[in-house]
Design a protein around this ligand. Sequence first.
Ligand code: FDA
Length: 397
Amino acid sequence: MQSFDVVVIGAGAAGMMCAAEAGKRGRRVLILDHAAAPGEKIRISGGGRCNFTNLHAAPANFVSANPHFCISALRRYTQRDFIALVERHGIAFHEKTLGQLFCDGPSRQIIDLLLAEMAQVGVELCLPTKVEAVERNADGFALRLAGAAPDSGPVQCRSLVVATGGRSIPKMGATGFGYDLAARFGLAVTETRPALVPLTFDPATLERLKPLAGIAVDAVVGCGKARFAEAMLFTHRGLSGPSILQISSYWREGREIEVAMLPGTDVFALLRAAKAENGRRALHTVLGTVLPKRLAQAVAAAEGAEGNLADLSDKALRRVDAAVNGWRVLPAGSEGYRTAEVTLGGVDTAGLDSRTMEAKAVPGLYFIGEVVDVTGWLGGYNFQWAWSSGWCAGQAA
Ligand code: FDA
């Protein structure tokens, strides 16, 4: 039986960061993954340019049953620490918008960075390897592996780090492995659901809104107290775009979302002024100067206001204002894990030490990255959580 100080299951963002850090401390580390290549989600992230962190990352950008849990890890390993690492590896990057940092070149550079960090300290990477069984014993944990396992035999380790990510994109090998393992060791797992995901409409709403597919607006989208000012896109299934992906982490079935399609513009005042200036213009013509034309026509038609401005009362103009900047719509669901960027919920943070990510009731067992009930907003926050939580576990495992 081969013996390691640390075995990390999952060679994704969090797992590789943890393995490299534990290796730097002189630990003998094995990292394995059932996929044939490491960091597949990093590779496809950020449209192939990896939005690897966010300049403004702070605890407020994360959703969790315990919003305080992420504070310690985000403080101990910050976005500035990861940016310094990226710079040390000579990777060029730029800020796209809202503090989001992307590689100038392909995402592969971030995978290579992590592989180099691991290789430098002798971390053993074993792919593709399946974990068939995990047992706890007096010396830590015994793992039965299948595939390219070291010597194809069982493996013993003092510390076991679970970095198997969430359920999103099952086509890429996402599994519920981490949640099942947590449950087997008596840890609670909060409800999991797709997040950062497009929202869908019921057939009747879809029929009405389908002609708008392809139209994008800079919107403010809200649900409850959450609000996001980013682009919104009408699709042939429902709504997408950054503002919708963001709100999907807060939306629940049966709740409406509220959309302002011309935020910051007093549409009533604008229409009234236009009417005073030249009442012979059609509503959709005037709206079409500030909104995409197809959308302007749809709003006018939906409000039964297809005539000239002169024919529309103030009451009618106020209705149009509400339709543009107070549009309330009830999504039927989401596109699910097939397209979700992340999984909301996961291993309950109440059972984890926020400094080390170690399970309080199972010494030597660690959970890091997306498998934990900490979910970032869209914009590089999820990778920052992977780096921060992975780094913390790497100092302790
Ligand atoms: P990750 O999913 O990266 O790694 C888990 C690893 O565990 C995988 O390699 C998997 O194969 C392995 N595994 C799973 N089950 C296993 C098992 N049973 N046995 C062995 N191995 C197993 N975030 C961000 O901040 N910026 C961005 O630009 C993007 N872009 C983006 C695009 C797309 C299309 C998606 C789907 C997601 C993003 N994200 C993102 C989210 C980001 O990719 C995600 O939050 C992190 O990859 C999570 O890192 P982890 O290491 O926790 O899991």
